[in-house]
Design a binder for this molecule. Structure first.
Ligand code: SAM
Length: 286
């Protein structure tokens, strides 16, 4: 899936760090598309997110990959031969159907919408209805095969799925577990106000609440890694922890050419050995 702040592009940096410190369960309280989880495929995990449709999608793939695949096949059949305006009308009719169908069909609808909406953005209106417009697609794109849904299902068998706030999920961690936090980004400028993944906003109070969770994990000797944009505000907020900055591609930006070259802040309660991760270029915050 595409996801705002999806960590596909940073996975080469994050994965080796997680592998070095993971002893027991891998815990991701802001799972989103769970890009790191699926690449890591850990023996035991907890995935949490406050987006109910996303967690239902994971749950449907976990328990019924064939049912989701069959529902995707039905969408493929209906979309066959549709182009341009006819395809756009088809997109909006499926958007109207979401999430009003049974579970496996809603899962397929969300996969379809995610692949064809503008930038993979999950955006809802005041009443919680998905309202992202179609992206610049004229016809059906490739959607997940039964093989990839089955592989995702297999990985999800070892994960407990939690539709819960990050504080609840982080409180489940025990020594030996590793917690990776990828919260909604703090805006980097007046125009970059994208924090609305669900009907509720991730506020500054949530950022501060998150910092308290980091102190609690540190007191309980549980390793964590957090990523966020390397703004001065975030650098100040997390000044008590180890900070490492890396350059990263950001997946959501309305101007395509501005998508590259963001500096990402990694916060941890352990030293990140840049020599150990010498494959990657660590850059100073400008
Ligand atoms: C930056 S995205 C995570 C992206 C993810 N790392 C990926 O690879 O796709 C942040 C996620 O946090 C979720 N979220 C927002 N507020 C939350 C909260 N209070 N507790 C748990 N999850 C929350 C959003 O629904 C969103 O999926």
């Amino acid at each position: 899936m595409k996801w705002a702040g999806g960590k596909g592009s940073l996975s080469k940096i994050i994965l080796p760090i997680v592998r070095t410190h993971l002893r027991n369960r891998y815990i991701e309280p802001f799972a989103g598309s769970a890009a790191i989880f699926f690449r890591l495929s850990p023996n035991a995990a907890i995935l949490g997110d406050l987006n109910p449709h996303l967690m239902r999608l994971f749950s449907a793939i976990k328990s019924d990959p064939e049912g989701v695949s069959q529902a995707l096949d039905r969408i493929r059949q209906r979309a066959s031969g549709l182009n341009g305006k006819a395809f756009a009308a088809f997109y909006y009719s499926l958007r109207d159907d979401f999430p009003k169908k049974k579970r496996s069909e809603n899962a397929a609808l969300l996969l379809f919408l995610n692949q064809h909406c503008w930038n993979g953005l999950y955006r809802v209106n005041q009443t919680g209805e998905f309202n992202t417009p179609i992206g610049s697609y004229q016809s059906l794109r490739t959607m997940p095969s039964l093989q990839s849904l089955s592989a995702a299902s297999e990985a999800l068998q070892r994960a407990s799925l939690q539709l819960a706030d990050f504080e609840v999920v982080a409180s489940m961690a025990k020594p030996g577990d590793f917690v990776y936090f990828d919260p909604p980004y703090a805006p980097t400028s007046q125009t970059a106000r994208f924090t609305s993944y669900s009907a509720t906003q991730f506020t500054w109070l949530d950022q501060v609440r998150l910092k308290r969770v980091l102190y609690d994990l540190t007191d309980r000797k549980i390793s964590f890694l957090l990523s966020n944009s390397a703004t001065q505000t975030m650098i100040n907020l997390y000044k008590d922890f180890v900070q490492t900055t890396v350059s990263a591609a950001r997946s959501i930006n309305s101007v395509g050419s501005k998508r590259r070259g963001f500096v990402e802040l990694l916060v941890s309660n352990f030293e990140i050995d840049s020599a150990e991760h010498s494959l990657f270029q660590f850059k100073e915050v400008p």
